[in-house]
Design a protein around this ligand. Sequence first.
Ligand code: ATP
Ligand code: MG
Length: 408
Amino acid sequence: MRQSKLFTKTTKDAPKEEEAKNAQLLIRAGFINKEMAGVYSYLPLGLKVVRKIENIIRKEMNETLEASEIFMPALHPLENYEKTGRENIDVLFRTKLATGRSLVLGQSHEEVVVPLIKNHLFSYRDLPIYVYQIQNKFRNELRAKSGILRGREFSMKDLYSFHSDEGDLEEYYEKSKKAYKNIFKEVGIGEETFITFADGGTFSKYSHEFQTVTGAGEDIIYICESCRLAVNDEIIDESPKCPECGTKKEDLRKEKSIEVGNIFKLKRRFSDPFDLRYTDENGHEKPVHMGCYGIGVGRLMGAVLEVNSDENGMIWPESIAPFKFHLIAIGEKAEKKAAEIYDKMEEDILYDDRNVGVGEKFADADLIGMPYRVVISEKTMENDSVEIRKRWSKEEKLVKIDKLQSHV
Ligand code: ATP
Ligand code: MG
């Protein structure tokens, strides 16, 4: 992309009331626009990151977890929530049809997906069923001060699984942990993200959260280094040790963290209220066991940034960067050559062809944070080369122009 074609501008300062580092950087770099607290627009560069994260998630959902993508509505009938007893939960946004019928804006989709599956699930032969979607959720969050980590409207991947018995649910639940690990590794926060034991609610002893260690986090976890897992502060008093090796609370590492995903054995919590059942091999009616599995897409993007940034700006991992290279030319001759390079590798390059000074271009390249800054000047051209600088290590190297793509 030619940077002159980007309508978005970079700015030195973030809005005063924006406290979160992730949103400050994203706003300054023109990746998002703040509409009000907890509500953001995604602009071309930001949307590119979102799409890449979504596709990493999709791949794991489709391939590892064999789930089918669907798309459910944001408008839900309030009656469904009355059936599950969730009509009064604190984050629910309510609205009404012109006829007066009460609706809510979807904060999650159990109340929609269960009646939906009921239309298609009859016998044991129909099970298991795995469906997921990537869609916006609405939650009337009391505090929305963490930028895109906690939105009032935000995108979530939610997967729902339907099983004939608890054993089958258990097996799939374990598989989902692998898929989740792959996702967090692929987006560049594998090292900082810990599978965490959390409260399981009324139906299960534990649920599992995926918690990314960052000072911007709103949760406290206790990490067992040797088992590479953690326990959420909210439950630690019931279980004041590592659930795997028994290490005591005092010897676990206490950290602030943000929940980037969670998985939950719902069992019959939502299937029973809608009477979702199937007939087994012997013609007997049996209850359906469910699991649900969430990842916040925007929150994940924000978490990556909280982990990967410095005083000059963002640092995108290659897997989700809007572009791999940020190309800057110094001098007229170099500009001609830069345009040639750009024409060959458009997909991978953000080419700064704006009519502004080199200093400003360098500062913006640091702020925007593409993994590799590529500078071409008369001097580098003497060797048919460009200078490549890694955004994260600041290491610089001369590379032959025709080797640029294969080099990294
Ligand atoms: P939290 O404890 O942070 O409020 P939650 O337990 O309510 O989150 P879930 O309902 O399980 O979250 O949602 C699944 C995932 O959606 C979370 O793991 C998180 O990544 C993301 N998420 C939840 N709430 C928000 C929000 N307000 N803004 C952005 N992402 C969110
Ligand atoms: Mg939670």
